[in-house]
Design a protein around this ligand. Structure first.
Ligand SMILES: Cc1cc2nc3c(=O)[nH]c(=O)nc-3n(C[C@H](O)[C@H](O)[C@H](O)COP(=O)(O)O)c2cc1C
Length: 219
């Protein structure tokens, strides 16, 4: 199966230090997933690699094939993925605007009927818990329901090195065990939805709305 790890920070300046703390967190997730689920493929999606127009125009708003190539490539990766890991900092008790903005560029139907895992972090003591609560709603609307276990990383700068490895003095196996609870759930759900789609195509059961969200309205 294929999984995308979305990183939710584009903050390449200080204070607070260090900038892009999230890169360490995303790298730690990538390394944990690659080590423990080596039969599957994982790719880190960094929003800094995507030049998004200042005027918002989602990939699905372009005529077929006319969207910027970068957006088309990422749309294909999202559609081909079996699950997602969403890594977000907490900014003012909310999920990362950079992550929300990147995800908003793609049709919810390309995320739908696949699971996601929520990973939040902060420089402070709550580990992005309040951002995570909002992310559940956001991801549910995309249709990639988040698994019940979540990963919250308080004072992430004291846990991870720049390359995503765990700092000396930290109990590495305890951290990997903590990650495993969420990632095992993600793998179970991804495997279940992947296999069941071969029997029942959800898009034949529930049509996506094509022109207007009012197509979902009550009569
Ligand atoms: C605009 C802004 C708002 C922030 N709000 C919160 C917050 O609500 N809760 C929190 O724990 N940390 C907050 N922080 C501190 C972040 O946890 C810290 O800066 C972290 O490094 C951000 O991740 P990043 O470096 O990957 O962007 C905030 C930081 C910024 C820049």
């Amino acid at each position: 199966m294929k999984f995308l790890i979305f990183l939710g920070t584009v903050r390449d300046s200080t204070p607070p230090r260090p900038a892009r703390l999230g890169l360490r967190v995303a790298k730690s997730c990538l390394s944990c997933l690659q080590q423990n689920y080596s039969d599957h493929q994982f790719e880190l999606i960094d929003p800094l690699d995507y030049e998004l127009d200042p005027i918002f125009k989602p990939q699905f708003a372009y005529a077929k094939g006319k969207a910027p190539q970068q957006l088309n490539i990422l749309a294909d990766k999202i559609a081909a993925a079996d699950g997602y890991v969403m890594v977000s900092p907490e900014y003012n008790h909310s999920m990362s605007p950079a992550l929300a903005n990147l995800l908003n560029h793609f049709a919810s139907s390309s995320f739908a009927y696949k699971p996601s895992a929520i990973v939040t972090y902060s420089a402070g003591q709550w580990g992005g818990m309040r951002a995570a609560v909002g992310m559940r709603t956001f991801l549910a609307e995309l249709g990639c329901l988040s698994v019940s276990a979540m990963i919250h990383l308080p004072k992430a700068q004291e846990v991870f090195n720049e390359d995503g490895s765990i700092q000396e003095g930290e109990d590495e196996s305890a951290w990997l065990n903590y990650y495993g609870r969420t990632f095992n759930q993600l793998m179970w759900w991804a495997s279940a939805t992947h296999q069941y789609k071969e029997h029942v195509n959800p898009n034949e059961l529930v049509g996506d709305f094509k022109t207007s969200p009012t197509q979902r309205n009550a009569p």
